[in-house]
Write a protein that binds this ligand. Structure first.
Ligand SMILES: [Zn+2]
Length: 494
């Protein structure tokens, strides 16, 4: 492959050539490296050992209000690639009803690197397998029917340039881990208990997170004994009661019913044919009572150690910390530069002042779309989990999703969870088997009655959020405290 420095120079030449030929905006993302490694042990046997390595350049050209995109893995074909992107844009511009714009901006120069202690790609395969096998051995027990241990590592080195003179370098590294055990209960129904590697939000990323007992490796005995209790537990009766969500469940609630409905491309209808729409419209911004006053949600780029932190998005916008929901009121959305301009034009007023830095592409050969960053519920003032339990008369504590179905506009949801604990008169009592809760998104968030303090707040990591056509899988973080909602429908009506 050509020297990286030469490729960067050639990209700069091609950008200025394409701009001089009439393009309104041009950018290129050069992936010097995009590596992944996945290891899956099923009952102690190596089920999957997948590694990928790809490099290439993705080019976007805005011409007469329309995007054109092209990509190549051959740096020798850069000129052809830029021409193809420009030709695609010119063709698309004949069909565009609302012209897209990138409001002019000063150049952005910078770099970002995930803080890494031990690069997992420097750890030998043998050491990784020994670690996962050791974990699997800890999960063995006569009553357990199935065991899984899983690790996934992603590394991206990306160089970005655009026709505004921006130049950005990013070194991203993310680690994901999971362990799961399964066993049948008295009715023959399979129960499971799992644990995913999480982040405290700070510290360093890398293999060191896998071997950190608090974040991951020390949880085998706990999930094993919790599965045992589950197989002997009673099912939850149908009825309305409080639900206390631990972050293992709360992050999925945030992801599906706050994150996805607030993606601006989705609000504008771009995702209708695949992922669905949103009950949120442009008129809702600044007005809609999304939840109770206890609900404040941020797109928080400043979390040091999270898959949703990346320094600069794929429009070249520096990450920002800003509120999406401020004390219950919807105040912003997950936005990118072109979508912000289109939304403001459609609304006939300035709904959004600037991009929220949410343009992200999964690979060099995909164009950026509006994605979640770290969509996080801010910690509250209602103390620890024990404090919240003490203030609950009739409720259920829930952890880890098993199933989820969500209305296509995200207005309703129905989640199944792995495990629950009954709460009666301020005390945590018996364990309950996997059942469900459901609700109407806005009614549910309006019933938010307690938000745990920062001691209950962790960053849950998501490595498989799918969106876009063709599909793009993205890595995301959700900082979530313990949260309590009242008068929620739980269990299934017989
Ligand atoms: Zn998702």
């Amino acid at each position: 492959m050509a020297e990286a420095a030469d490729v960067k120079k050639e990209i700069a030449r091609q950008i200025s050539r394409t701009a001089s030929e009439g393009a309104e905006y041009v950018d290129a993302r050069f992936y010097l490296e995009d590596s992944s490694e996945t290891l899956l042990l099923y009952d102690g046997d190596l089920e999957a050992n997948d590694t990928t390595l790809q490099t290439g350049i993705g080019v976007r050209v805005l011409w007469n209000g329309a995007w054109g995109f092209a990509a190549t893995s051959d740096p020798g074909q850069l000129s052809v690639c830029f021409d193809r992107a420009a030709a695609n844009a010119r063709t698309a511009s004949k069909l565009v009803k609302v012209p897209l714009r990138m409001k002019k901006r000063d150049p952005v120069k910078g770099n970002y690197a995930t803080p890494v202690a031990v690069d997992p790609f420097d750890v030998t395969l043998k050491d990784k397998l020994d670690f996962l096998t050791g974990l699997d051995n800890q999960l063995k027990e006569d009553f357990i029917l199935r065991r899984m241990t899983y690790a996934n590592f992603i590394k991206k080195r990306i160089h970005f340039q655009n026709s505004e003179g921006s130049e950005i370098d990013k070194d991203l590294l993310h680690s994901f881990g999971m362990m799961m055990v399964m066993a049948p209960d008295a009715d023959g129904e399979m129960q499971r208990r799992s644990m995913h590697l999480y982040s405290t939000g700070d510290g360093t990323a890398g293999w060191n997170m896998m071997t950190n007992p608090e974040l991951f490796s020390g949880h085998a005995a706990r999930i094993k004994s919790e599965l045992k209790e589950l197989t002997e537990a009673q099912p939850l009766e149908y009825g309305r009661r409080s639900v206390i969500l631990l972050p293992g469940q709360g992050h999925l609630q945030v992801h599906e019913t706050i994150g996805h409905p607030l993606e601006l491309d989705r609000i504008l209808g771009y995702e209708l044919s695949y992922a669905g729409g949103s009950f949120v419209d442009l008129d809702s911004i600044g007005k809609l009572q999304y939840g109770s006053e206890k609900l404040s949600v941020s797109s928080y780029g400043g979390i040091a150690n999270s898959p949703g932190s990346f320094g600069f998005d794929d429009d070249g916008t520096p990450e920002r910390d800003y509120l999406l929901i401020d004390r219950g009121v919807l105040v912003n959305a997950l936005t990118s530069r072109a979508m912000v301009n289109e939304a403001n034009e459609k609304a006939g007023r300035e709904v959004f002042q600037q991009s929220g830095g949410a343009a992200r592409a999964t690979a060099f050969y995909r164009a950026p779309i509006d994605r979640m960053t770290n969509v996080s519920i801010l910690p509250g003032n209602d103390g620890t989990l024990d404090d919240i339990i003490a203030g609950t008369e009739d409720g259920v504590i829930m952890d880890n999703p098993v199933s989820w179905s969500i209305g296509s506009n995200r207005e309703h949801f129905h989640f199944g969870w792995e495990r629950a604990w009954d709460v009666k008169n301020g005390e945590k009592t018996r364990v309950l088997r996997n059942r469900t809760y459901q609700g109407h998104t806005l009614e549910f968030y309006k019933s938010l009655s307690a938000v745990g303090d920062s001691s209950t707040w962790i960053v849950e990591q998501v490595n498989n959020c799918g969106k876009g056509e063709p599909n793009q899988v993205m890595q995301i973080g959700h900082g979530v405290p313990v949260v309590k909602f009242d008068d929620v429908i739980t269990g299934e009506r017989k």
